[in-house]
Design a protein around this ligand. Structure first.
Ligand SMILES: Nc1ncnc2c1ncn2[C@@H]1O[C@H](COP(=O)(O)OP(=O)(O)O)[C@@H](O)[C@H]1O
Ligand SMILES: [Mg+2]
Length: 669
C-alpha cells in the first residue's frame, strides 16, 4: 500500500507535466480531488514502521529475507514453506544474468580457490574441504555455462508474515524460521528495512531489497512452486503417494505397451519392500505372482497369503530337473510343440555355458552330441509322442560324457562331476519336485553359495518360463537382485529374451537390482531397462548417478532428489510420466513385508501381532492354510482391514487440500 501511495504522488507530478497536452481544466482537477476513488477506500488509517515490524491499521507484518540456501535441493523442496499452515506473503524474484560477465567472475573465483588449495598444500596443511567443494561446483558450472547447457540467474526470496498481534507475530516468526531451518535455509529479518521489505512482497513485482543469490537454471527450476503431475489411473495398484501434491499413484502396468518394470536403488533403499507391496496388492486383483528371492525375505509374505515358499538348498526337498521337457496343452502352436526337444537342448547349452564357463567349439559340439544321446538313451527323440517318457537327470549326461571317446569329453565330465557326485548333487541331479500351481510362489536361493546362484537362477527361470509359456494367465515375475544374472552373458541374454517376449504371454517382469553399473554396462541389461514401461528409481549412490542419468535422462533436480531421498522414496516413471513417489504401506501390510530387524523381533515375540490380510488371491489358495490364530485372538481384525484404506486416504487428504489453496504471491521479474 505504501507503494500505491507513493505511486499516486508520482503520477500527480506526471500529470502536471502533461497537463498542457490534455488541457484538463482547474475545475475538473478540483472536482476529481473531491471524488472518493478506490485508493481512498483501501488505504489504511495509519502506517507505523518499527525496527523489525510494520503495523498497518490493526495488522502487524514482518518480512524475512533468505540469505543462505542448501547445497543440494530436490524438486518442490520449498513446498513446506509454500504450504505453511499460517498465511504468508511470499515473493520470489528471478533476474536473468548475462553469462559472459559471470564467466569472467567464475574464472577469477576458480583461480582464487585453486590458489588457496595450492598454498595450503605448499604449507603442508590439510586442504579445506569446503574450498574443494566450492571449486568443484564452480568448475561444473563454468563448463555448463560455456556449453550453453545452463543459464545464469539471480534469485531473491522474501516472506512476509501477517499477524493480528505482536505475540502472534513473534510466535509465527519462530515457526517459519523453524521450517526454514529444517530446509537448511538461512532466513533473516529485514531489520530497519521493514517498509521496503513489505513493498517487495506486495503483488507488484517490485524488489526494493535486492538480496540476491546466484543460481543456475536447474536450481532455479526447483523453486517453482507449482510442480505437480498426476499419476492416478482409474484402476490398478496403489504404489504410493505423489510427493509433489499428495495425490495417490495408482497405476496399472498391464495397460502400458509392455508390463515390465525395473527397480534400481542402493541396498536398503526399499526396493524389495516396494515390490512386495506390489505383489500383495496385485494378488488381490487375481494376478498370479512368482518371485525369485535371494534373501529369504519373501517368506512371511508367502505364508501370510497362503502362497508357496520353495527353498533351494543341498539338503532340501525342493528340486528342479533342468532336463524336463514341457508338455503343452492341446491347441498350442504346432511349431512350439514339435520344437520342444530342440529348444530344450538350446537352453541346456546356455546352462552348461554358465556351469562350465568358457567352452571351445569342439567342446560345444561334443556336448551337443552327448545331450542328444542322453535323451535318446531314455527313448526321447524329436517325435513328440516320446516326450512323455521319463526324462534323464544330470547323472545320465555325466555317464554319456564318460563313455565318449574324445579327450574333451573326459574334460567335460570331470568338470561336471561336482554337480553329480559332490555336495551339489542334491540340488542339480534330481527329478523335479516343485510346481507352479499356487497363485503365489517364491523360490528362495539364500542357502546356496554365491557361485551357484547364477546357475540356480537360470534353472529356476527356465522352469518358470517354460511353465508360463504352457498356459496363458496374468502374471508377475519378480527377479530380486537380478544382477546375479547379469554376471554371465548367457543368463543375461535369457533374462533379456524373457523381457522382450513377456508381453506376449501376459507376463509382467519385474527386475530389481542394486548394482546399477553392472546392469547398465551389459548390452542386454540396457535393453531390459529400455524395454520396461515402468521404472522406479529409489535412493542412489553418487557413483552410479551419472550413468543412470544418461540412461533415464534425469534432470539436475531429479539427480539431486535421488541422492538425498529417504527410505522408500524416489522417482516413478510410467511411460512419459515422472512423479516423485513415497511408498507407503498400511500397518498390516508393513508387518508382512518388513525386514526391519527391530520390528521382526517384536513380531516374533508377539508384541506386535502379525495380522493376516483377508486376501483370497484367485485360485488354489488354501484358505485353511492361513493360520487362524489371529482372527481368533483378534476379533476386530476384519473391521481393521476395512478401515485400512480409509486411514490411508485420511492421511493424504489434508496435504492435498493444502496444496490446492496455497497462500502466496509470486513476483517474476
Ligand atoms: N516405504 C517404506 N516404509 C517403511 N519402511 C521401509 C520402506 N521401504 C523399506 N523399508 C524398510 O527399510 C529396510 C530396507 O528395505 P528393503 O526393501 O529390504 O531394501 P532393499 O531391497 O532396497 O535392499 C527394511 O527394513 C524395510 O522394512
Ligand atoms: Mg532387497
Amino acid at each position: 500500500m505504501l507503494g500505491i501511495l507513493k505511486g499516486k504522488k508520482k503520477k500527480k507530478k506526471e500529470k502536471s507535466k502533461n497537463s498542457v497536452s490534455y488541457s484538463v481544466s482547474a475545475d475538473t482537477k478540483q472536482f476529481a480531488n473531491g471524488v472518493t476513488d478506490i485508493k481512498d477506500i483501501i488505504a489504511p488509517e495509519s502506517i507505523y514502521v518499527d525496527f523489525n515490524h510494520i503495523k498497518i491499521g490493526n495488522k502487524f507484518f514482518r518480512t524475512i529475507f533468505v540469505s543462505g540456501y542448501p547445497r543440494y535441493v530436490g524438486a518442490n523442496w520449498l513446498s513446506p514453506v509454500i504450504t505453511f499452515e499460517h498465511p504468508l506473503e511470499i515473493s520470489m524474484f528471478y533476474y536473468p544474468v548475462e553469462s559472459k560477465g559471470v564467466l569472467d567472475d567464475l574464472k577469477k573465483k576458480i583461480t582464487e580457490f585453486q590458489a588457496q588449495l595450492a598454498s595450503d598444500k605448499q604449507k603442508g596443511k590439510v586442504m579445506d574441504p569446503t574450498v574443494m567443494a566450492a571449486l568443484e561446483d564452480a568448475n561444473a558450472l563454468q563448463e555448463k555455462l560455456v556449453k550453453g547447457i545452463e543459464r545464469f540467474f539471480q534469485f531473491s526470496f522474501y516472506i512476509t508474515i501477517p499477524a493480528d498481534s505482536l505475540e502472534e507475530l513473534e510466535a509465527t516468526t519462530k515457526r517459519v524460521q523453524g521450517v526454514l531451518g529444517s530446509l537448511l535455509i538461512v532466513g533473516k529479518q529485514t531489520t530497519l528495512q521493514m517498509e521496503q521489505a513489505f513493498q517487495s512482497t506486495l503483488p507488484l513485482g517490485v524488489d526494493k531489497l535486492v538480496y540476491v543469490r546466484n543460481m543456475d537454471t536447474s536450481s532455479i527450476a526447483t523453486t517453482f512452486p507449482f510442480t505437480s503431475s498426476d499419476l492416478t489411473m482409474g484402476e490398478g495398484v496403489l504404489y504410493g503417494i505423489n510427493k509433489h501434491n499428495g495425490s495417490l499413484v495408482i497405476f496399472d502396468r498391464f495397460s502400458m505397451e509392455n508390463p515390465n518394470s525395473v527397480v534400481f536403488a542402493t541396498s536398503g533403499a526399499g526396493k524389495s519392500y516396494m515390490v512386495k507391496l506390489e505383489i500383495l496388492r496385485s494378488l488381490m486383483f487375481g494376478t498370479e505372482c512368482i518371485a525369485i528371492d535371494p534373501e529369504r525375505e519373501y517368506k512371511t509374505l508367502a505364508e501370510s497369503v497362503g502362497g508357496e515358499f520353495i527353498e533351494f538348498a543341498s539338503g532340501g526337498s525342493s528340486k528342479i530337473n533342468p532336463f524336463d521337457i514341457p508338455t503343452y496343452d492341446e491347441g498350442t502352436d504346432n511349431e512350439i510343440v514339435e520344437n520342444a526337444l530342440g529348444s530344450k537342448i538350446l537352453s541346456l547349452h546356455s546352462l552348461f555355458k554358465i556351469i562350465f564357463g568358457e567352452m571351445s567349439n569342439t567342446e560345444e559340439a561334443i556336448l551337443d552330441k552327448a545331450l542328444l544321446e542322453t535323451y535318446r538313451l531314455k527313448g526321447i527323440t524329436e517325435d513328440t509322442s516320446t516326450h512323455k517318457n521319463e526324462v534323464p537327470v544330470m547323472e545320465d549326461l555325466y555317464k554319456v560324457l564318460m563313455g565318449m571317446e574324445e579327450a574333451e569329453s573326459k574334460n567335460l565330465s570331470a568338470r561336471l562331476e561336482r554337480y553329480v557326485k559332490g555336495s551339489m548333487a542334491g540340488i542339480f541331479n534330481q527329478r523335479t519336485t516343485v510346481n507352479l500351481d499356487n497363485s503365489f510362489t517364491v523360490f528362495s536361493v539364500r542357502n546356496l553359495e554365491d557361485v551357484l546362484r547364477p546357475i540356480a537362477y537360470y534353472i529356476i527361470l527356465d522352469f518358470i518360463w517354460t511353465k508360463i509359456k504352457m498356459s496363458l494367465k496374468k502374471r508377475l515375475l519378480v527377479v530380486d537382485e537380478a544382477w546375479y544374472l547379469m554376471t554371465h552373458p548367457d543368463s543375461a541374454y535369457f533374462m533379456y529374451s524373457i523381457a522382450k517376449r513377456a508381453r506376449k504371454y501376459y507376463l509382467g517382469l519385474t527386475t530389481i537390482s542394486q548394482d546399477v553399473s553392472d546392469f547398465l554396462n551389459s548390452e542386454h541389461g540396457q535393453v531390459i531397462v529400455t524395454n520396461a514401461a515402468m521404472k522406479v528409481l529409489l535412493k542412489q549412490s553418487p557413483s552410479s548417478i551419472d550413468k543412470l542419468s544418461d540412461v533415464f535422462h534425469l534432470s539436475e533436480g531429479e539427480k539431486r532428489l535421488l541422492l538425498s531421498v529417504g527410505v522408500g522414496e524416489g522417482l516413478f516413471f510410467a511411460g512419459n510420466n515422472h512423479v516423485a513417489i513415497k511408498v507407503v504401506a498400511s500397518p498390516t501390510e508393513d508387518k508382512i513385508i518388513t525386514t526391519n530387524p527391530e520390528q521382526l523381533i517384536k513380531i516374533k515375540k508377539g508384541l506386535d501381532k502379525l495380522e493376516k490380510p483377508k486376501i483370497q488371491p484367485g485360485r488354489k489358495i488354501d484358505i485353511n492354510q492361513i493360520p487362524k490364530v489371529d482372527s481368533k485372538e483378534n476379533p476386530k481384525l476384519q473391521n481393521q482391514e476395512q478401515k485400512q484404506p480409509q486411514e490411508n486416504n485420511q492421511k493424504v487428504e489434508p496435504k492435498t487440500k493444502q496444496a490446492e489453496t496455497p497462500k502466496k504471491s509470486i513476483a517474476l521479474e
